[in-house]
Design a protein around this ligand. Structure first.
Ligand code: FAD
Ligand code: SF4
Length: 511
């Protein structure tokens, strides 16, 4: 009987993929934990553990359904730590005559698997991942000929195309976007809900990782890894989000607090990105809950959440596939500074960065505004090389896979693409951080000062950034207010800001 080898990558754990609807003895599924995939960037230990555990559980699920699976663990003596060498070894031992694989989400893997196909020289096919709501080329086609790729237009097209929150041809409730209702800070003494995680005991996998000598960073309690790591847990996590957090998701979506990490966020990005959850089922669950409990769940929460999944997530994937590989080299401002050493320890006097980084080292998680307006904001103002920033985000977060990490980091956060994703740089002084969090209250620095030892570093860096980048940003109409305010400062003030910011940028490690 001619055998087919089918490769499943670590982020392709889609239980509902049509591959798995029939059991076929002539098909062998292969999954592998290979060294280059664990080492192309230094990963948080929770990310390594989550991937290996989810992959192993998926392989076991396939076996219980009767499928033939060959799984190469990181310590398997047969493992040659290369997609090609491992596939060649299996093709030979099984006498396979055909090689199939699922469309990878990353450019790097796309190239590698094309090489594998060429080298194997067998009949081969790449099949759809049956996960996304758009194809790789949909966004590029939609914006063909346009200079900027406005997310809002893409989002409206997606609402119409997928008939989500629609009323005829218009948006339900009359407005496409209710974001203005979604920008509240937490009230004083606000009690956050408990966000129970899963108690995954992953000690055996930790031993494998240590035995293999894989490098990592961050902290973990290997007796209780909190992230959903199989289909049952992923569905439970979705239900928990809807029950516990959805009603306040919108309202406090941008809020930050030193007394909690998760607030009202869904914590579903890992399960979504490894395909344990399908975006459509997540959208449907949220819309259904909103319909069933419209008194408790504001429509702005439902719309705000749908926009993240149906809009931003698909949009970022489209940006990725329409701009790679060039996107990975974009550096609009020509930034070259090194990331301060405290990004790896959290050991800084800046309370906002200390909290966001410490939390990321503890949980492999920070929510969107922490990533954008604390760690990303600082990196951009400090002129850090986008390659350094990208490696940090790609390593530290549980959900970091290049297609969604690089577009968010290089594009949305660092404006390194010159404004393809964001219409203006997402930067702020202490004002915004103080408005949206309680960080400044317990900070060594003073949020109201612009210069001097005690001054909040964000303040001088912010004005100095716009001053230095006037040649690139001065004509952006969304920044006219900023430049008007800058121009009202006296020459002496501007000079003091420049000098202070320069000294900060030279001594980032001391902050
Ligand atoms: P929620 O706040 O509950 O949002 C719900 C879901 O919407 C998320 O799970 C995610 O699937 C989707 N979503 C929300 N915002 C975005 C966005 N901007 N782009 C794509 N999807 C979005 N997300 C990743 O999945 N992987 C990354 O590596 C990643 N890196 C980021 C780096 C930076 C600098 C920034 C600013 C954002 C990044 N994001 C990334 C987007 C976003 O921050 C995370 O998706 C979110 O914080 C995950 O937590 P959650 O599941 O609780 O999300
Ligand atoms: Fe961050 Fe500045 Fe506020 Fe301190 S004062 S928490 S550094 S914004």
């Amino acid at each position: 009987m001619a055998t087919t080898l089918r490769l499943i990558l670590g982020d392709q754990l889609n239980h509902n993929h049509s591959w798995f609807t029939t059991v076929d003895d002539s098909v062998v599924y292969v999954m592998m934990e290979i060294r280059p995939e664990s080492e192309y960037v230094r990963h948080h230990i929770q990310k390594q553990l989550a991937f290996f555990t989810a992959m192993r559980r998926f392989a076991n699920w396939l076996r219980t359904r009767g499928h033939r699976v060959d799984y190469l663990t990181i310590t398997d003596h047969r493992n040659q730590h290369s997609f090609l060498a491992n596939c060649q070894m299996l093709v030979e031992s099984l006498g396979a005559t055909r090689f199939d694989f699922i469309e990878p989400d990353e450019y790097r893997l796309d190239q590698q698997l094309a090489d594998v196909v060429a080298e194997l020289g067998l009949d081969a096919a790449m099949v759809d991942s049956e996960h996304f709501l758009t194809s790789r080329t949909d966004l590029g086609d939609f914006f063909a000929g346009k200079k900027t790729y406005l997310m809002e237009s893409f989002y409206r097209m997606m609402r119409r195309r997928h008939d989500v929150l629609m009323d005829g041809d218009g948006p339900r409730g009359g407005k496409w976007n209710l974001d203005t209702e979604n920008r509240k800070p937490l009230p004083k003494n606000h009690q956050l809900p408990d966000r129970p995680g899963f108690a995954n005991d992953v000690r055996d996998i930790l031993i494998d990782i240590e035995t293999a000598g894989l490098l990592s960073f961050g902290r973990v309690d290997a007796t209780a890894l909190r992230w959903p790591l199989d289909r049952r847990q992923a569905l439970q996590a979705l239900q928990q989000f809807v029950d516990i957090a959805l009603p306040d998701f919108g309202r406090y979506q941008d809020a930050m607090t030193s007394s909690g990490s998760f607030l009202y966020h869904s914590l579903l990005s890992f399960a979504l990105n490894v395909k344990l959850l399908h975006p459509r089922e997540v959208i449907d669950a949220v819309v259904a809950a909103g319909d069933a409990h419209s008194r408790d769940i504001p429509f702005s929460a439902v719309e705000g959440f749908v926009r993240q999944i149906l809009g931003w997530r698909e949009y970022m994937r489209g940006i990725y596939w329409s701009t790679m590989p060039d996107y990975a080299d974009q550096n609009y401002f020509g930034h070259t500074n090194r990331l301060p050493s405290w990004y790896w320890t959290g050991d800084t006097k800046m309370a906002c960065l200390r909290h966001a980084i410490t939390q990321s080292l503890d949980d492999a998680y920070a929510h969107h505004i922490q990533r954008l307006m604390i760690t990303g904001n600082f990196a951009l103002l400090a002129g850090i090389d986008p390659d350094e920033v990208g490696s940090w985000y790609l390593g530290i977060y549980i959900d970091a896979i290049e297609w969604v990490e690089i577009t968010n980091t290089r594009g949305m956060s660092q404006f390194a693409d010159g404004g393809l994703v964001a219409t203006k740089p997402y930067v702020s002084s202490a004002n915004y951080i103080n408005k949206m969090s309680d960080y400044c209250m317990s900070c060594h620095y003073s949020r109201t000062l612009r210069t001097g030892e005690q001054a909040c570093p964000f303040n001088s860096l912010y004005w100095d950034f716009f001053d230095r980048q006037r040649h690139l940003l001065g004509t952006n109409h969304r920044l006219s207010m900023v430049y008007r305010t800058l121009d009202k400062l006296s020459a002496t003030d501007r000079d003091a800001i420049r000098r202070h910011a320069k000294s900060i940028r030279k001594n980032l490690d001391l902050l």
